[in-house]
Write a protein that binds this ligand. Structure first.
Ligand SMILES: Cc1cc2nc3c(=O)[nH]c(=O)nc-3n(C[C@H](O)[C@H](O)[C@H](O)COP(=O)(O)O)c2cc1C
Length: 192
């Protein structure tokens, strides 16, 4: 039982977070062996935000890892209509869970359906766990725990390549970019 954990049935779905992260070990972002482009763009990731009582997760393939303001950071780009956006706005932390190319069926579902309509944990079998600061996904090979540093809304006035607007924003639903300081890097233990 997680200390201090409170389970509350909060509509539309109770989103209980009930496992410790025994199968992960702390690592260093500089020791990652995979390319960040492959990790995010090809393999996809789940961005998760929330708390022990209520959380949501969604698939992303746009984003980046790097340095800003003297910190190791992750960049994510979230359209405002996503349910996860509400959690990102509310919480100080978010996580990125990476699956190394696995769980594509599950990630496709989390990227096609909204947590407003389905219980993503129930429908995919993916299990949330609480890192102490944020919610992440137990089956991930790698989890980045990020503290929000800043956000910035994409301004189409800045598009130098004018094809971007028509190609990516026919509904004018410009992403909000969140910059998160990578505070913890959790690697799935071998054989876990
Ligand atoms: C491969 C893939 C990548 C995606 N990348 C993003 C992304 O970077 N930003 C975004 O806002 N939506 C992205 N989406 C769409 C969201 O994952 C999708 O709208 C999801 O259903 C939102 O769930 P939610 O409403 O529960 O937050 C992506 C979807 C897929 C399948």
């Amino acid at each position: 039982m997680l200390r201090g954990l409170r389970f509350a049935a909060s509509p539309p779905f109770p989103r209980k977070v009930g496992r410790l992260f025994m199968s992960f070990q702390e690592s260093n972002i500089r020791e990652l062996k995979e390319s960040a482009v492959k990790l995010i763009s090809d393999d996809w990731a789940l961005v998760t935000a929330g708390n022990q009582e209520q959380w949501n997760t969604m698939t992303v393939s746009w984003g980046g890892l790097g340095e800003l303001w003297g910190k190791d950071v992750a960049f994510i780009f979230i359209r405002p209509q996503r349910y996860t956006y509400e959690f990102l706005e509310r919480e100080e932390y978010f996580t990125m869970s990476f699956f190394g190319g696995g769980y594509k069926k599950e990630l496709a579902l989390c990227g096609a359906k909204s947590g407003r309509e389905i219980d993503k944990a129930k429908q995919t079998g993916l299990t949330p766990f609480f890192t102490g600061r944020a919610v992440a996904i137990e089956q991930a090979k790698l989890v980045l725990v990020c503290r929000k540093l800043a956000y910035q809304d994409i301004d189409p006035a800045g598009f130098l390549d004018r094809t971007i607007d028509a190609a990516c924003y026919p509904a004018k639903d410009y992403h909000r970019m969140y910059v998160g300081a990578i505070e913890s890097v959790l690697l799935q233990k071998e054989g876990a």
